[in-house]
Design a protein around this ligand. Structure first.
Ligand code: GLU
Length: 297
C-alpha cells in the first residue's frame, strides 16, 4: 500500500509583514510538498483579533505570491472557527482536565517572587516563563462556581498532571528533522515541563496550543514543518492530540534564520521584511537565495 499523500501547512500569524524567517519556513514546507507530490495549505493564525488585521493578511498573501509560493484550496482563518476550538475545550472540560485560573499576570509575578525569596528558583517552562503558581485546581466546585459568577477574568488551564495521567506514560513524536539540540527520530514528549498551560480565556475561546492541534486534524495535516522555536511545544500538542483522539502528524523542525550577530530574526527587524527587500529592488530569486544561504542548519 502506498504512503498517504502528504498534506502540509504554512501557518503565519497576520500581526505584521512576512519576514525572511517566515519565508524560509514557507519554502521548507513548499519543498517537502513538491518533493512528495503533496499539498501545501495556508492557515492564518489570527485568534488575537486585536493584533491580527486583514491588512496584514493581505500583505502576507501578496508577499507569498511574489515569492511564487502557492497553496491549495482556500485560506483557513482561525478567527472564523472559534466554535471548533470551543467544542474541543468542552470535551476536555467534560473529562475534568481543565480548570479556571484567576491569578492575573501581576499576581503570578508576585507569587513567584515570594516563593523565590527562600532562595530556590521557581520552575520555568521551556520558554522561560514561570509555571502557574495558583492552586484553583484544588478548590471545591462551589468556590469555583462563585468565582466564575463574580465576573472576574480567568484563563482555562489544563491540569497537566491529570492530563498526563490520562494520556498514559509514553508520549512520543516522530521527528524527521532535528530539534535545537540535534534530537531526531522518536522523541519522548515532556508536556509536564510546561505546567498547567492556558487553553482558552474567558473572552477568547482558544489559545495557540488548542487551535493548532484542532486545525491540524481538521485540515488533515500529515506533516508539520516549522521552526525550532516550536520544538518543545510539540510535547503539549502531542498530549492534546491524545486527549482529543486526533491523528498524529509527523514533525520536521528546522533551524531559525539568524542575523549576522546570531540573533533570531523578528518582525521588529523591518529590514528583513519581504516587502522592504522588494521595495529596495531585490528580486524574488535573490530573496529566496538569501533564505537558503542565511540559514544555519
Ligand atoms: N503561527 C505560528 C507562528 O507564526 C506557527 C504555528 C505552527 O507552525 O505550529 O509562529
Amino acid at each position: 500500500m502506498g504512503e498517504r499523500r502528504r498534506t502540509l501547512r504554512f501557518a503565519p500569524s497576520p500581526n505584521g509583514r512576512l519576514h525572511l524567517g517566515h519565508a524560509y519556513s514557507a519554502l521548507r514546507n513548499l519543498d517537502l510538498a513538491k518533493q512528495s507530490d503533496g499539498d501545501l495549505l495556508l492557515r492564518m493564525e489570527d485568534i488575537d483579533t486585536a493584533r491580527c488585521t486583514p491588512q496584514h493578511e493581505a500583505g502576507i498573501i501578496e508577499d507569498l505570491g511574489w515569492l511564487g509560493i502557492n497553496w491549495q484550496g482556500t485560506v483557513r482563518r482561525q478567527s472564523e472557527h472559534f466554535d471548533d476550538y470551543a467544542e474541543a475545550l468542552e470535551r476536555l472540560r467534560a473529562l475534568d482536565l481543565v480548570y479556571p485560573a484567576f491569578l492575573t499576570r501581576a499576581q503570578i509575578r508576585q507569587a513567584v517572587a515570594e516563593a523565590e525569596q527562600g532562595g530556590s528558583a521557581w520552575p520555568r517552562d521551556p520558554d522561560g516563563a514561570p509555571l502557574y503558581p495558583g492552586n484553583e485546581r484544588t478548590f471545591p466546585d462551589d468556590r469555583i462556581a462563585e468565582l466564575i459568577a463574580s465576573d472576574r477574568p480567568f484563563a482555562w488551564r489544563l491540569d497537566i498532571e491529570k492530563a498526563c495521567a490520562r494520556a498514559g506514560a509514553d508520549i512520543v513524536w516522530t521527528e524527521e528533522g532535528r530539534g535545537p539540540a540535534g534530537q531526531t527520530g522518536t522523541i519522548a514528549a515532556d508536556p509536564a515541563a510546561w505546567g498547567d498551560v492556558i487553553l482558552a480565556r474567558k473572552d477568547t475561546p482558544t489559545s495557540y496550543h488548542l487551535s493548532v492541534v484542532v486545525d491540524d486534524a481538521l485540515q488533515g495535516i500529515t506533516d508539520i514543518v516549522r521552526g525550532h522555536d516550536l520544538f518543545h511545544a510539540t510535547s503539549v500538542h502531542r498530549l492534546l492530540q491524545i486527549l482529543l483522539d486526533l491523528p498524529e502528524p509527523r514533525y520536521r523542525h528546522h533551524a531559525l534564520l539568524v542575523d549576522r550577530d546570531g540573533r533570531k530574526l523578528s518582525k521588529s527587524d523591518g529590514d528583513t521584511a519581504i516587502a522592504a527587500l522588494r521595495e529596495s529592488g531585490a528580486s524574488a530569486h535573490e530573496v529566496i537565495r538569501m533564505c537558503e544561504t542565511g540559514a544555519r542548519i
